[in-house]
Design a binder for this molecule. Structure first.
Ligand code: ADP
Ligand code: MG
Length: 695
């Protein structure tokens, strides 16, 4: 009797794995027994339905149980040497034929023994024959066979694994050996949590995933693993939160509170109820001893800027520095201007810090370093090494998805226990924000200022766009401006889309010959982009033809129409973002989707649903379901943990439950997960918990 195995044992402890295979596994990140049992199948073959040879109808995968009557090697090398095995199951004779590894199979496939056989039969000379079927000897008292006659796991294997003899069959056998030798897989949460919530014991869940008894068992096992992966993530997030909260900051924000209130009173408009709520949440965080880490989600135009300014004024009027990081110069300038308009007549010194060749840059840097400047608004240039603050109290990051995690760290670490407010205009579905920003507090602006028109979304077939052009003519005549959006820049031979270039020429030449039209796309330099944007901003340009590079945050009250070509090419959340660029002034606003011929009917329904809703969260949920979490933010920000089984779309319930449980745990004193090496591995090595902050 072999001794029991431990999760941390090397693979060579398993019967059948030698040092050569061990090193191939290791190249694929599978080093220990634990790694191997967590190497879950890619898919399954259902070989559980057994039928009689006489019942075979067509060449679908089937399984039979039959005795070997005899085997013979036929032909020579040229004449296709092959092993032909006659199988008899009491109804008919079928053949199993092998062209490769003949010597191996001759030894294994002994006449008189009964085998279970799976494969795709084909008719040959009036007999059913199987070419290289899965065959496994049926021995009495040995229980369910491993490779056929059941739901059989298929593993995802690299070329190198295959070449070194690591097949799905091999892995099945290895894992079966682990379980039969006995390996203790602890489940420290079983009694208290899993059992109560109808999950499996961790050991059973893993076993079911490799050797499921039926397909329903797979689902339940996956839910169990998903729950544990989420729990591991949430426990880590809670630990980080705990650590951050233990970092007592000592700033005294008493003085600024009044100034911040006065600022709010002085605004030319009343705050919306949700702005008020969010501002008070932020004030609480600022006054609190723990450094703030808060994500503010608010649809485009919901008024995040004044919220940020109220917080910055609170900090700056208390004598500390507050910085606002914006992704582009245009946005930085816009915020700077807004600040001056709304608070310019107070004695609070403010600095705008932008790209390389800014005038007086050295002086600005000094002002920041010496603490002369209390409010600092800037672009990526704030991240530069030689920018240091005298005492940075608060950092606000606008359009946070435009910045990477390291950039956030960089700016936060320019202060000590810096309070941090991240802002995003993309409503993030709850399940996604829990996994991406689980460590943060969440504030939501879910209403727009009342004087704002809702944007009406209209669908037109591209073939009937003349009517659209006519209406737009009228609006242009009234002094309105128009965004015209295309999904790509240039015509390409492979994708038949109207490109922004061609569209630009077309609009300029034939459709709106007397209108000033500008073109904006991703191949322009940052400087060129800014200058095109500027000419739209100051009203010189009337129609801005653009790819999606136009700024989310830019506030152009005069633009009331956005036309989107090939809307089927965009994600719904992205369409919603685009739509948010109009309707910022007081006049009626429209989003016009120009639909191509032959639009897929399902896509059309989706776009119609989109047109009906103005609820960013609802649309974000739809988008997440349609596109999956990886694509939700596009390319810049992903950082979702590499879960093995957990999927935030399908396992939303498990995610919420794991969050609740992690929050109710005594994170500091609960020792159960200290050595829970099992799930430390769930997050791949070097995996940053996204949103994880170092304070
Ligand atoms: P976003 O949330 O997209 O960043 P902004 O902060 O740029 O939105 O606000 C959009 C516009 O709405 C700005 O011109 C701002 O001054 C204005 N605004 C903000 N809050 C209110 C309010 N409560 N009532 C009316 N207008 C508001
Ligand atoms: Mg904004």
């Amino acid at each position: 009797m072999e001794s029991k195995l431990h999760l941390s044992d090397k693979l060579s402890k398993i019967t059948g794995i030698g040092s050569k295979k061990e090193s191939v596994f290791s190249k694929h990140g599978i080093e220990s027994i634990q790694d191997l049992i967590l190497f879950f199948p890619r898919t399954y073959l259902d070989l559980s339905k057994k039928i009689k040879i006489a019942e075979i109808q067509d060449s679908e995968w089937i399984t039979i149980v039959a005795e070997i009557l005899r085997s013979s090697i036929i032909g020579n090398y040229r004449n296709k040497r092959r092993l032909v095995v006659e199988l008899w199951d009491g109804t008919q004779i079928a053949l199993a034929v092998f062209f490769h590894n003949i010597d191996f199979f001759v030894k294994k496939l002994i006449s008189g023994k009964t085998f279970i056989i799976s494969g795709k039969p084909s008719m040959f000379q009036k007999r059913w024959q199987f070419i290289h079927p899965e065959m496994e000897i049926l021995e009495e008292g040995k229980g369910t066979p491993l490779h056929t006659g059941r739901i059989v796991p298929i593993y995802s294997l690299s070329e190198e694994m295959r070449l070194s003899g690591i097949s799905s069959r091999f892995i099945r056998q290895a894992i079966a050996n682990i379980y039969s030798t006995g390996c203790l897989i602890p489940d420290p949460f079983y009694e208290e949590i899993s059992k109560k919530n109808n999950f499996l014991h961790i050991s059973d869940a893993i076993q079911q995933l490799h050797f499921p008894e039926h397909f329903d068992a797979i689902q339940k096992a996956e839910r169990t693993i998903a729950f544990y992966e989420f729990l591991a993530m949430n426990i880590r997030l809670e630990k980080h939160k705990e650590k951050r909260k233990a970092n007592g900051k000592t700033r005294d924000y008493g003085r600024g509170l009044q100034a911040s209130q006065a600022f709010i009173q002085s605004l030319p408009f009343p705050l919306t109820a949700s702005q008020e709520k969010v501002i008070s949440e932020i004030q609480q965080d600022l006054i609190n001893n723990a450094p703030m880490l808060r994500l503010l989600e608010g649809d485009v135009g919901s008024g995040k800027t004044v919220v940020a300014l109220a917080a910055m004024i609170l900090v700056a009027e208390s004598g500390y520095q507050a910085a606002l990081l914006a992704p582009t110069e245009i946005l930085a300038r816009q915020h700077f201007k807004t600040f001056l308009q709304l608070y310019g007549d107070h004695f609070l010194s403010v600095t705008l810090l932008i790209g390389g060749h800014q005038q007086d840059k050295e002086k600005h840097k000094q002002d920041i370093q010496l603490g002369i400047s209390k409010i600092i608004i800037g672009t990526h240039s704030l991240l530069e090494k030689d920018i240091s603050f005298q005492e940075l109290g608060l950092i606000v990051i606008d359009e946070q998805h435009r910045f990477g995690v390291e950039q956030r760290h960089t700016i936060i670490n320019k202060g000590i226990h810096t309070d941090c407010l991240l802002m995003t205009a993309t409503p993030i579905p709850r399940s996604l924000s829990l996994s991406l920003f689980g460590e943060m507090e969440l504030s939501i602006l879910n209403e727009k200022p009342i004087n704002r028109p809702t944007v009406q979304t209209l669908l037109f077939s591209k073939a009937k766009s003349q009517g659209v052009f006519n209406s737009i003519h009228k609006y242009l005549g009234l002094g309105q401006q128009v965004f015209w959006i295309y999904p790509i820049i240039e015509e390409s031979e492979t994708i038949d889309l109207d490109s922004a270039m061609k569209g630009y020429e077309n609009l300029r030449g034939e459709i709106f010959p007397d209108t000033k039209i500008c073109l904006l796309h991703g191949r322009l330099s940052a400087l060129e982009k800014e200058s095109v944007m500027q000419s739209f901003l100051n009203g010189y340009c009337q129609i801005l033809v653009s790819t999606t590079v136009i700024e989310v945050g830019v506030d152009i009250a005069n633009a009331s129409i956005i036309v989107i070509e090939h809307p089927e090419r965009f994600g719904l959340a992205q369409l919603h973002q685009l739509r948010g660029r109009v309707g910022r002034g007081n006049s009626a606003a429209f989003c016009i989707l120009l639909l191509p011929e032959n639009l897929n009917p399902l896509t059309k329904i989706r776009l119609e649903e989109f047109a009906k809703s103005n609820d960013g969260f609802l649309i974000a949920e739809m988008d997440l379901r349609l596109r999956g979490p990886g694509d939700f933010f596009g390319t810049r920000q992903h950082g979702l943990p590499n879960f093995r089984k957990a999927n935030i779309v399908t396992h939303g319930k498990e995610l919420l439950l794991s969050k609740e449980i992690a929050q109710s745990m005594d994170i500091k004193n609960d020792r159960r997960f200290d050595n829970w090496l099992f799930f430390e591995k769930t997050l791949t090595p070097n995996q940053n918990i996204p949103g994880e902050m170092i304070h």
